[in-house]
Design a protein around this ligand. Structure first.
Ligand SMILES: *[C@@H]1O[C@H](CO)[C@@H](O)[C@H](O)[C@H]1NC(C)=O
Ligand SMILES: *[C@@H]1O[C@H](CO)[C@@H](O)[C@H](O)[C@H]1NC(C)=O
Ligand SMILES: *[C@@H]1O[C@H](CO)[C@@H](O)[C@H](O)[C@H]1NC(C)=O
Ligand SMILES: *[C@@H]1O[C@H](CO)[C@@H](O)[C@H](O)[C@H]1NC(C)=O
Ligand SMILES: *[C@@H]1O[C@H](CO)[C@@H](O)[C@H](O)[C@H]1NC(C)=O
Length: 508
């Protein structure tokens, strides 16, 4: 949790305390309730108009940032009526002139902004009522020093998202350690599909102010790939290395893709469903994101949503609970816009699967595989009644679909570009007479390369060899090798357990 989060929790805990204490009645012996708007937080039921208020409850000074403090307090327990609180601040050290006091008559907090970073302040809260002021309670806060005066690193969380075919929104977070930054310098480097800079291409440069967190880069070429780099600059110097983000622009006139059409489901075995949909009209998605959620009769979720990137417009989904209802959400996904519209379809999996009378009865016998690097050659024996075969692939460890399926007329299939270093389960089912036969499956162990990402790796040079080929083409690793030539792209096999973790490498 970041410091901001901690602060929120702290303030939240304090407010909780306030709610509990605020519920207690004041002195029940005294009379005359105050108008609610006088101090609503205090919820004064009855109080003494003729007595001065008692001291407020504990006062807390919560640091908002290096120049602001939020002062919170609890109402007095007992004593005279309260109509307002006077909150004053004074600098104990390093804080310069005292900020103007504030009068709060509708709450239990006050914010002091424009304080000096690094200063220590004392805040005092005194209640006031018709019979005069009550005693004050104080609290101190030491503000953190101003931004670090050091050479800034590159900003965190640098990302580029297309806004149109020629514009991208670049966004980032402050560099780690909160250094002082005067400006950010951004370069859009035209690249090829695997992220290598194009020879003789012209870079585009942009500058953003030190307090900016995003910039719209205009003048990009449609249907192109860019490596965006960003460095932080201050009087102390420029960040030694850039943060980089690889992104494509949509085709000319491209837009966020519309929802897929005609999503439908049919039973495909015990606890298995064959989903189908059509591509949307207009801008074409790069792939689909299939979200699977178990729901109750009113459509409320009963499970987390399992999201699987999917290459095709049909998907065999297995391991569902017979008799349960699922919501299948199919999103048309554009990698350049990082967005797309979706359509959903609710479906109850039949309690028992009844294959159509003439559907294939047998699982394909003799399923065997030969492995060549990331390529696999499969062969099986034909099954009576098969019109064709559907071959699906899963990560054997997690059971997660690799998001691609093949339709085969014969009894062999070569699959190229399976994720290296993983065990892949290949499932073959015959289809005929409107139904699916029982599945055969085999687990293929794909080799881990001798060392991480050899430059001579072929034929997928530049692509992420630990992701299925169709998917890794959207998240290549080439740019990393080109921009950090002295480094290897490190993919711990452990990190790759889930083949769709969007992990594109980090420098080592
Ligand atoms: C600090 O917080 C105050 C109050 O929320 C705000 O007015 C001020 O802009 C903030 N300063 C910075 C540097 O974020
Ligand atoms: C760019 O992205 C940032 C961060 O997500 C966002 O705050 C800003 O509104 C975006 N700008 C545009 C023009 O979409
Ligand atoms: C991108 O350029 C690199 C270096 O010239 C090359 O090896 C790679 O094959 C290219 N990628 C594509 C998809 O053309
Ligand atoms: C474009 O920028 C990249 C990265 O900063 C740099 O390596 C390359 O030399 C630049 N190309 C030109 C033509 O300036
Ligand atoms: C699914 O997509 C992959 C990758 O684009 C393709 O090779 C395969 O033929 C498709 N399968 C079907 C059934 O269309």
């Amino acid at each position: 949790m970041g410091p901001a989060g901690q602060r929120r929790v702290l303030a939240g805990a304090f407010l909780l305390l306030l709610a509990v204490n605020g519920g207690h009645a004041q002195n029940p012996a005294t009379a005359t309730p105050l108008p609610a708007q006088a101090a609503p937080g205090a919820q004064q039921q009855d109080c003494d108009q003729k007595a001065a208020p008692a001291a407020p409850g504990p006062v807390k000074a919560v640091i908002v940032n290096d120049t602001a403090v939020n002062v919170l307090w609890l109402p007095p327990e007992g004593g005279g009526c309260v109509t307002s609180f006077k909150v004053s601040a004074r600098a104990v050290s390093g804080g310069g002139a005292a900020p103007a006091p504030q009068t709060v008559n509708g709450g239990l907090s006050a914010t002091f902004a424009g304080l000096k970073s690094g200063g220590i302040y004392e805040f005092s809260v005194a209640p006031a009522g018709p019979a005069g002021a009550g005693p004050a309670v104080t609290s101190r806060a030491a503000l953190p020093p101003a931004q670090l005066d050091a050479v800034p690193d590159a900003p965190d969380a640098f990302d580029a998202v297309a806004l149109s075919d020629t514009r991208a929104n670049l966004s980032w977070a402050r560099p780690p350690g909160n250094p002082k930054v005067d400006s950010y310098s951004i370069t859009a480097v035209p690249a090829n599909a695997t992220g290598f800079p194009l020879p003789n291409a012209k870079n585009l440069t942009f500058t953003a102010k030190g307090d900016a967190r995003s910039l719209v880069a205009d003048g990009l070429a449609p249907n192109s790939y860019y490596v965006f780099t960003i460095v932080s600059k201050s009087a102390r110097g420029t960040s030694p290395e850039p943060a980089v983000s690889f992104h494509n622009t949509p085709p000319r006139g491209g837009a966020i893709p519309a929802a897929p059409r005609g999503v439908s489901a049919a039973p495909a075995g015990q606890g298995a469903v064959a989903l189908q949909w059509q591509a949307p009209a207009g801008s074409q998605p790069d792939y689909y994101q299939l979200g699977i959620t178990e729901v109750d009769a009113s459509g409320n979720p009963l499970s987390e949503t399992n999201t699987i990137p999917y290459a095709n417009t049909s998907a065999l989904v297995r391991d569902l609970t017979p008799g349960s209802t699922y919501k299948f959400d199919v999103q048309s996904y554009s990698t350049s816009f990082e967005s797309g519209r979706s359509a959903d379809y609710q479906y109850t999996v039949p309690a028992t699967y009844q294959p159509p009378p003439n559907a294939p009865r047998l699982q394909p016998p003799g399923l065997a595989a030969r492995i060549y690097g990331s390529d696999v050659e499969l062969v099986w024996e034909q099954v009576y009644g098969a019109q064709y075969y559907i071959v699906t692939t899963y990560d054997a460890y997690s059971g997660r679909s690799l998001g691609v399926q093949y339709r085969v007329q014969g009894n062999t299939l070569a699959i190229a570009g399976l994720p290296l270093g993983t065990d892949v389960e290949v499932v073959v089912q015959a289809f005929g007479a409107g139904g699916y036969g029982p599945p055969s499956s085999i687990v293929v162990e794909l080799p881990v390369p001798d060392y991480y990402y050899p430059a001579t790796y072929s034929p997928y040079y530049g692509y992420n060899p630990y992701l299925p080929y169709w998917y890794s083409s959207y998240y290549p690793v080439g740019w990393y090798n080109a921009f950090f030539p002295r480094r290897t792209v490190f993919f711990g096999v452990i990190i790759v357990i889930n083949p769709f973790n969007n992990f594109c490498g980090s420098p080592r």
